[in-house]
Design a protein around this ligand. Structure first.
Ligand SMILES: [Zn+2]
Ligand SMILES: [Zn+2]
Length: 194
């Protein structure tokens, strides 16, 4: 459950206006991946910016930088992407959550809720909370990174991919590369003595 993207806000005064700088390089974190691209758990994620105490909670204004790995969808070459994202996220104090229209007993007894209940409600309402003097950067970093990764990673926009006949990369083949394949219909024509 605990991981390195939990950041303590213990030393931040609850008084609005206080803030602290954050400058971290995390090299052991949950792995972030889509079907085609991944940021392995050991790939450092640099996080810098500031955490600010505001009346409702802690406002995180951060830049993150890391490198994602993928294979070109056309030629399968390994490729790397520099990822740079900006994050602005408010983490509410548990008793300062904004009252929503259907705020059915939400804030009243949120302190007694299990982690799972908290989790599903967060997802439902997309709110994040300061929990036990920590803020969890994982969900925001995950969203920021994954939403910005290309759906079809390419080594180059003009990647020609692989020859469907021999599987070699067009890039490594002569421009006039082709396979002598005679369409059976043309073959039949070739038999005609014209
Ligand atoms: Zn390619
Ligand atoms: Zn070929």
């Amino acid at each position: 459950m605990k991981h390195n993207l939990l950041v303590s806000v213990h030393d931040l005064s609850i008084k609005p206006g206080s803030w602290k700088d954050l400058d971290l390089s995390i090299s052991a974190h949950p792995e972030f991946k889509t079907d085609l691209i991944e940021i392995p758990a050991t790939q450092p994620i640099d996080i810098f910016g500031k955490l600010e105490s505001v009346s409702e909670g802690i406002l995180a204004t951060l830049e993150i930088e890391t490198v994602a790995q993928a294979s070109c969808v056309r030629c399968l070459d390994p490729i790397e992407f520099d990822c740079q994202e900006e994050i602005v996220q408010l983490y509410f104090y548990p008793n300062h959550a904004p009252s929503s229209k259907n705020s059915h007993h939400k804030s009243k007894n949120s302190a007694s809720k299990s982690k799972d209940e908290m989790k599903s409600e967060e997802e439902e309402e997309d709110l994040l909370f300061v929990e036990g003097e920590c803020i969890d950067l994982e969900p925001v970093i995950r969203d920021a990174l994954l939403l910005d990764l290309p759906l079809n990673p390419l080594c180059d926009e003009n990647c020609q991919g692989l020859c469907p006949d021999c599987g070699d990369k067009y890039r490594d083949l002569p421009a006039d590369h082709q396979h002598q394949q005679i369409d059976p219909r043309w073959g039949a024509l070739g038999d005609l003595n014209l």
